[in-house]
Design a protein around this ligand. Structure first.
Ligand SMILES: Nc1nc2c(ncn2[C@@H]2O[C@H](COP(=O)(O)OP(=O)(O)OP(=O)(O)O)[C@@H](O)[C@H]2O)c(=O)[nH]1
Ligand SMILES: [Mg+2]
Length: 311
């Protein structure tokens, strides 16, 4: 846990500066005014918090200010933190393969980080002693096979894949059969990135899902949307389309390192109430952490606010 905090905080330094530091810059030593609140509003939008989230925070600040006209910047940060914590309540996904072959199918738009996340998950659970099989249903992108097989051999994880242009649903079927035959605890399926606006690609994914649904009871068939943390409010639309098409069961947010944003996560959770399982914080195999609300807030606001009663 401490490692996660240090890592995520180090990697989110830009965010730390923008939220904790900037709230201080806006309010330190000056009276709270409509103009200052306007600046805070802008800051929150820049960090990708959605309208409802921003309004909830500003309303709470105004309300506290009416009771205490001498509200300090630290207290304003603590209020924002409290509102975000409330909005995120219940969002921490906890995952450990229980009955074989538990299957995670990763879906999302192009370049969101699915393949990298598949590799990171594979090594994470392999190290915990689980039998893991990777399946590559990305038969669409020419270099996809090479990319994932390189990961598999580097990490020493078994993989099932097919040739470029093959039927993705057939690969899903083969991978699942192999997972059963080899008695793997966990099958992690990577899929081709697709724009949520491209109907034929969504149809292909639907076929993959139907093949898996026939074989897997609902409880062990996980459909996680991989979202790029840089993409901001656009990711709400992605979640809506992918959730509508595949009844998602969870979320992974990638590229949370080095982004001054990351607030869209709160909107996605508020809207869909899908558990957030993992956060990607880099390109390496170990740069994946279980999602933790407090650590996310610490990373956003900085340790100082955490110590000052934001918790
Ligand atoms: N900084 C950072 N980069 C990441 C992270 N996750 C993935 N990437 C990088 O993002 C790029 C795209 O990652 P992929 O895993 O190939 O994405 P994908 O969703 O499989 O892409 P397609 O298969 O083309 O749809 C690569 O350069 C990764 O190294 C992360 O958490 N942090
Ligand atoms: Mg990929």
């Amino acid at each position: 846990m401490a490692g996660f905090f240090k890592n995520l905080k180090r990697k989110l330094t830009q965010t730390v500066r923008s939220l904790s530091g900037k709230i201080k810059n806006i309010f330190a030593g000056v009276k709270l005014s409509a103009e200052r609140l306007g600046e805070m509003e802008e800051l929150l939008y820049q960090a990708d918090f959605g309208r409802k989230t921003v309004e909830s925070i500003l309303d709470a600040v105004r309300e506290s200010h009416s009771r205490n006209p001498k509200l300090r910047s630290e207290e304003i940060s603590a209020i924002a933190r409290r509102i975000l914590r409330d909005l995120l309540e219940g969002s921490e996904g906890s995952f450990s393969p229980q009955s074989f072959p538990e299957t995670i199918c990763l879906v999302g738009i192009n370049g969101s980080g699915k393949t990298t996340t598949a590799a990171k998950l594979a090594i994470l659970f392999a190290r915990r002693g689980h039998g893991v099989l990777l399946g590559s249903c990305d038969t669409f992108r020419a270099a996809a096979n090479e990319q994932i097989s390189l990961w598999a051999s580097r990490l020493g994880v078994e993989i099932v894949q097919s040739c470029h242009g093959a039927d993705a649903a057939a690969v899903a079927f083969d991978a699942l059969s192999a997972a059963v035959a080899r008695k793997k605890d966990l099958l992690i399926l990577d899929t081709a990135g697709r724009l949520h606006t491209k109907v034929h690609l969504l149809d292909e994914l639907d076929k993959v899902q139907r093949v898996l649904r026939k074989k897997l009871p609902e409880g062990i068939f996980h459909r996680w949307l991989v979202i790029d943390g840089h993409l901001g409010t656009n990711s709400l639309r992605q979640a809506e389309i992918f959730h509508g098409a595949f009844q998602l069961t969870g979320i992974v947010i990638t590229k949370m390192d080095g982004t001054a944003r990351g607030g869209a996560l709160v909107s996605i959770y508020s809207e869909w109430k899908l558990p957030i399982y993992f956060v990607g914080i880099g390109e390496g195999a170990d740069d994946l952490r279980p999602f933790s609300i407090e650590e996310y807030l610490d990373a956003l606001f900085g340790q100082e606010e955490a110590a000052k009663g934001g918790k």
